[in-house]
Design a protein around this ligand. Structure first.
Ligand code: SF4
Length: 322
């Protein structure tokens, strides 16, 4: 069994005054093994961050997991978790790095105190021993020991993200969930943080679930990729194969929208916007933006079909391909 098994994950929001019911995540399936990196990719509103929050039991109210969702992490079935169980899962099994370290760190406590708190939340460790462990974690993420006593406002953006990574690793999780871990950082710091995550994964044998809108950081980093659109996985497979020869028009459109220095081809933005979850389009949810849509697309939702070794695609053209 894989470290993380996700089958038919759905997140639903009940109808409220002035707002109809919705399913912003609608039947997402994937798996992740130890030492492997899976990238969940899509635009804002595709459902990728809600998928991550659902795995952590942190859905914004009144959002809830559809009871038909089947998710196990390190053999733990999420449906069996109570309050303490969720707290053990968060940090103890899944370490998390979010986009904005400034918003995630507590401004009134030093960086070291927050790492020590994360260590002691999962193990009964004396304060002195926890401080030594925090210093070791700081060394592992490339921070000098004197930064333990610094407050978040005294750290750069890159240093704050290193602190967040130290906190995520404090309880030695099996899986690191990194949700847009570099989006708030400038380009050179982005590269340093991504290299750090790569090193830590290799050293600790971590599984990494990388949630990103940026296909450029997926290349050369992820083993597999799952592309989300309108709450569903529309294409999945080994990352090199999907990025070299995408089989879904949405994946092709995402790749064409990336600025590149090695080609004179113009950047082509994807027309239109991701639809709202309470009003998914009929048929194929991508059809209003798809440049190869045909008469069947608005009428019938495409089924998922094999599109190569280890690859699946949710598109009528893949079904009809020879
Ligand atoms: Fe485009 Fe039709 Fe394929 Fe949807 S099913 S991605 S609209 S060609």
């Amino acid at each position: 069994m894989s470290l993380l098994e996700v089958r038919d994950l759905a997140v639903r929001f009940p109808a409220r005054t002035g707002r109809p019911a919705s399913r912003p995540v609608d039947g997402v399936s994937f798996s992740l093994d130890r030492g492997e990196t899976l990238a969940l990719v899509g635009e804002s509103g595709s459902g990728k961050s809600l998928t991550g929050l659902a795995l952590l039991g942190l859905l914004p109210p009144p959002g809830e997991l559809d009871p038909a969702s089947r998710v196990t992490v390190s053999g733990v079935d999420l449906r069996t978790l109570d309050g303490p169980g969720w707290r053990r899962l968060r940090g103890g099994i899944i370490g998390t790095v979010f986009q904005d370290p400034a918003a995630s760190l507590d401004p009134v406590h030093s960086a070291g105190a927050q790492v020590i708190e994360a260590i002691r939340a999962h193990r009964p460790v004396a304060t002195g021993a926890a401080r030594r462990q925090a210093a070791e974690l700081f060394a592992e993420v490339g921070l000098e020991p004197d930064r333990l006593d610094a407050y978040p406002h005294q750290l750069s953006g890159g240093q704050r993200q290193r602190v967040m990574i130290a906190i995520a690793l404090a309880a030695e999780p099996d899986l690191l969930l990194a949700d847009e871990p570099t989006s708030a950082l400038d380009v050179t710091v982005q590269a340093q943080i991504l290299e750090l995550l790569d090193r830590l994964q290799a050293r600790r044998g971590l599984a990494v679930l990388l949630i990103t809108h940026d296909l450029a950081i997926v290349a050369g980093r992820a083993d597999r990729v799952a592309v989300l659109y309108a709450g569903q996985v529309v294409e999945s497979g080994p990352a090199p194969a999907v990025l070299d020869a995408p089989s879904h028009p949405y994946t092709r459109a995402l790749l064409a929208a990336i600025p590149r220095l090695d080609t004179a081809d113009p950047v082509r933005p994807i027309p239109g916007a991701v639809p709202r979850p309470h009003a998914w389009p009929t048929g194929c949810r991508f059809h209003p933006r798809c440049d190869v849509a045909f008469d069947r697309c608005p009428l019938e939702a495409p089924t998922v079909s094999r599109s190569g070794p280890g690859r699946e695609t949710r598109c009528w053209l893949a079904v009809e391909a020879p």
